[in-house]
Design a protein around this ligand. Structure first.
Ligand code: ATP
Ligand code: MG
Length: 209
């Protein structure tokens, strides 16, 4: 599951954990982007965003931070990450990329997005405020094969799209940043260690308010 994670919040964490439980895999990786290619500059450095992801997953063995994009000297192109994972895991291992409905809808702006399904499946998770009919969603990919259950999803290494319902959590990093910038507490929208990190490092204008 990739993202800017500026900062990571409970919407990301709950999504990742629910997918891990549903798939029955050992771990879900959270992959913070370095400099996102198709959005405004984040409110803090990639190292700080990674540090907050690290702090958030520390108490949860089912989640891990993947530093490959932050550590890379290349721009954060999802395709490169998927290619890297495919190389590491071999051609038969299923790879699932998890993304929220809002991110999925922006896919046509992503570098070589048409190639993603050659490397991985896509699990699209519901996000409050973004509702679309499955047919509309599937029209995004001409080559996509929609599946609805786990066995079908994992029956091949890549190429499927699955739409997954989640516990709806209407939390966004934008909301967290705005609360901090305005001098309000974002507590309980994100883990306490992440909130502590924001305060310690005066992120999002914390001290100036
Ligand atoms: P911002 O408001 O800065 O865009 P964000 O909350 O959307 O932040 P991102 O880092 O942009 O967080 O999102 C990373 C991934 O997590 C995306 O695929 C996004 O759709 C998904 N996501 C973020 N928040 C939620 C949520 N509350 N529920 C489900 N998915 C989410
Ligand atoms: Mg976002």
């Amino acid at each position: 599951m990739g993202g800017t994670f500026d900062p990571i919040h409970n919407g990301h964490l709950r999504t990742a954990l629910e997918i891990q439980q549903w798939l029955g895999v050992a771990q879900v990786s959270l992959v913070p982007s370095k400099q996102p290619v198709h959005r405004d500059a984040p409110g803090c450095t990639s190292e700080q965003r990674l540090a907050m992801v690290d702090a958030a997953v520390l108490p949860e063995p089912a989640l891990r931070a993947d530093a490959r994009e932050v550590a890379s000297d290349k721009p954060s192109y999802t395709l490169l990450t998927l290619q890297g994972l495919r190389e590491e895991l071999g051609e038969h291992h299923p790879i699932c990329m998890v993304m929220g409905m809002d991110a999925y809808l922006t896919l046509p702006k992503w570098h070589q997005w048409q190639d993603f399904l050659g490397y991985a499946h896509i699990i699209v998770v519901a996000r409050p405020g973004y509702h679309f009919e499955p047919d509309e969603i599937m029209q995004r990919f001409t080559s996509a094969n929609r599946v609805t259950d786990k066995a079908e999803l994992l029956s091949k290494p890549a190429g499927h799209v699955l739409i997954h319902e989640m516990t709806p959590l209407g939390i966004s990093a934008t909301q967290v940043r705005q609360l901090v910038t305005r001098g309000n507490s974002p507590r309980y929208l994100l883990p306490d260690p992440v909130w502590a990190y924001i305060k310690d490092h005066n992120l999002y204008g914390y001290l100036t308010n």
